[in-house]
Design a protein around this ligand. Structure first.
Ligand code: ZN
Length: 244
């Protein structure tokens, strides 16, 4: 069985913003990559049912990284379906509550916070307490999990991964790449912890033939993927971002 589309869009508020998740069918079950913001579970269920499946067909959830907009419903889905949670080994402590997530720590470590930032920090901490989730399986670079190859792409966060589907040549990029006007963009500079490392990670993706990229915040990009990747890497080199 094949899904009509591996990418589905979860609406965020009323501002026309979406987050894009990826769904794959493997043997007799579904694999979901990333889970959106907390509270979006009904939208996930709707998308899965639209494809002709039920939530109970979900057996595996792979998280590309620790950020709230990616792990938001992992705990709720695990409780509801028994699906196992998988992520890169270096990312697990930030997802299961052992370490403070990078973006919360970065904000908390700033010498001075405005009242708006204080509020944001408190909200992030409170949400994290609700959504942190045990990780059932630790993934390693190069491992193939249920038909998807794990590619370690640190930079956006320390343990960010992309997933690659070889037969359909689909790359699920998480936040390693963005997209605008159906073209790839580099990782969002505001939210990417280590930009030089993030661009070094992009160079790794050139090893794979890619037809389709699913980005979490820009949706699908098709065609000319390698030239686009190379152009982003070259621009970063020219700007000195990819220095050693
Ligand atoms: Zn994100």
């Amino acid at each position: 069985m094949k899904l009509s589309d591996h990418c589905f869009d979860l609406k965020i508020g009323d501002d026309g913003l979406y987050i894009h998740l990826a769904l794959f069918y493997y043997e007799d079950h579904l694999i979901l990559v990333d889970t959106g913001y907390a509270g979006q579970l009904p939208q996930i269920q709707e998308a899965i049912e639209y494809e002709g499946f039920s939530l109970q067909d979900l057996k595996t959830i792979i998280l590309t990284h620790q950020d709230h907009d990616h792990i938001g419903n992992a705990k709720a889905l695990r409780q509801k379906t028994g699906a196992k949670i998988c992520c890169f080994e270096a990312e697990a402590p930030y997802i299961n509550g052992t370490l403070i997530p990078e973006k919360i720590a970065a904000l908390a470590n700033r010498p001075h916070l405005s009242s708006v930032e204080e509020e944001r920090l408190a909200m992030l901490k409170e949400t994290y307490e609700e959504i942190k989730v045990p990780v059932d399986e630790l993934l390693q670079d190069g491992q193939v999990i249920e038909g998807l190859k794990v590619i370690a792409t640190p930079g956006h966060t320390a343990g960010h991964i992309c997933l690659y589907h070889p037969s359909e040549q689909i790359l699920v990029a998480g936040d390693a790449l963005g997209a605008a006007n159906k073209k790839l963009t580099g990782p969002n500079p505001v939210y990417t912890a280590d930009k030089p490392l993030a661009y070094q990670s992009l160079a790794k993706l050139l090893d794979y033939p890619i037809e389709i990229v699913i980005t979490a915040h820009g949706g699908i990009v098709k065609g000319d993927i390698h030239p686009q990747l190379q152009a982003l890497i070259n621009a970063s080199l020219a700007a000195g971002t990819l220095g050693h």
